[in-house]
Write a protein of this length. Structure first.
Length: 338
């Protein structure tokens, strides 16, 4: 079965993926900022012991035992953050399953960040899985909880549910028509935040943006999901309207997209950044039925395997510079011909 990031889901022409993240700390242990190396190691060993034989197919992998390309490939898949791998603390770990739709980060800002992923607009179904995981881990580990403030986190602003629900959205038409500021205003008015693909402070790549809730305290999980769905529906509506507008001058749009297709299929070398921009527009062309040579699956494969680390994982060899750019061009042709 294909991993979630190679699949398409509900409304995936605009909503690329959904994620639920729960921040949790184990009771009777200090928060990460006050936790020494011995305590951190104790926590990691405790988690490894308690999840043994779990029904979710989860296994614990230590960051220190993983090579740099593998770690970067997980960042590119948006399973972990770039900040998390800046140092290979001996106690740092991830807990992951084969499908990679579950990835729990150990020793980031909090003891655990429970993350679940799905393609398309699936935040409600993800919430059920997140709650099931949360209850399983809480029973095994015992999370820090206060009747008044909810789940206790290193950052007081994230207490309460300590839940971040987010959707990754693809908004090329809004960019091309110059209407992104209008959408950003809508998002802010609904009390949501918009960021790049790796969260706050990161930049947008290939017209991709992450929309997530700001408030976690004094609001239930279901209320967070309801608000996120409401704003996601508004964004879908605005992006599809912008696509219809672009479609009024179909010849110009087809010309632009097929010029992009010509570049990406005929280049002898191509950088990762240029490739992302071209693929963003080609995804738009595929979604609109203009680029018939591509499919959703091919687009998803291209988006994944043209990124530096996943390209090297795909090839099974380490590359850099012009050699990497040349191989990227070759892989594009290979995937399109499949």
């Amino acid at each position: 079965m294909l991993n979630w990031y190679l699949q398409s889901g509900k409304d995936s022409d605009v909503i690329v993926s959904s994620r639920i993240r729960l921040s949790r700390n184990i009771a009777n242990y200090p928060f990460e900022t006050k936790c020494n190396k011995e305590k951190k190691e104790e926590i990691t060993k405790l988690i490894e012991e308690k999840i043994s034989g779990n029904k979710f197919g989860l296994r614990l992998l230590r960051v220190k035992d993983m090579d740099g390309i593998t770690l970067e490939s997980l960042v590119e898949k948006r399973l972990i953050s770039p900040e998390f791998i800046k140092d290979k603390d001996a106690s740092k770990a991830i807990i992951i399953n084969d499908e990679e739709n579950i990835c729990i980060v150990v020793h980031d800002e909090d003891h655990l960040k429970i993350q679940v992923f799905e393609p398309g607009m699936e935040v409600e179904r993800l919430l059920d899985l997140a709650i099931e995981l949360d209850e399983f881990l809480d029973e095994k580990l015992g999370f820090a909880f206060n009747e008044k403030y909810g789940f206790l986190t290193a950052c007081p602003l994230e207490a309460g549910t300590a839940m971040k629900a987010s959707v990754m959205v693809h908004l090329p038409a809004l960019q091309l028509t110059g209407n992104m500021n209008k959408v950003l205003s809508i998002i802010n008015n609904f009390g949501m935040s918009v960021s790049g693909i790796h969260g706050e402070g990161s930049k947008s790549e290939g017209a991709l943006y992450q929309i997530s809730n700001k408030q976690t305290l004094g609001i239930s999980e279901k209320e967070i999901i309801k608000k996120l769905k409401l704003i996601a529906d508004k964004i879908i509506e605005q992006e599809r309207m912008a696509r219809k507008y672009l479609g009024r001058n179909r010849l110009n749009l087809e010309d632009t997209l097929y010029r992009d297709y010509g570049i990406i299929t005929n280049c002898r070398k191509i950088s990762e950044d240029e490739c992302k921009d071209l693929l963003s527009r080609l995804k738009l062309g595929t979604d609109l039925g203009i680029i018939s040579e591509l499919t959703d699956l091919k687009i998803n494969k291209l988006l994944l395997y043209t990124q530096d680390a996943n390209l090297q994982k795909y090839l099974g060899t380490k590359l850099e510079g012009i050699d990497l750019d040349a191989k990227r061009a070759e892989i594009i042709k290979t995937i399109i011909k499949e």
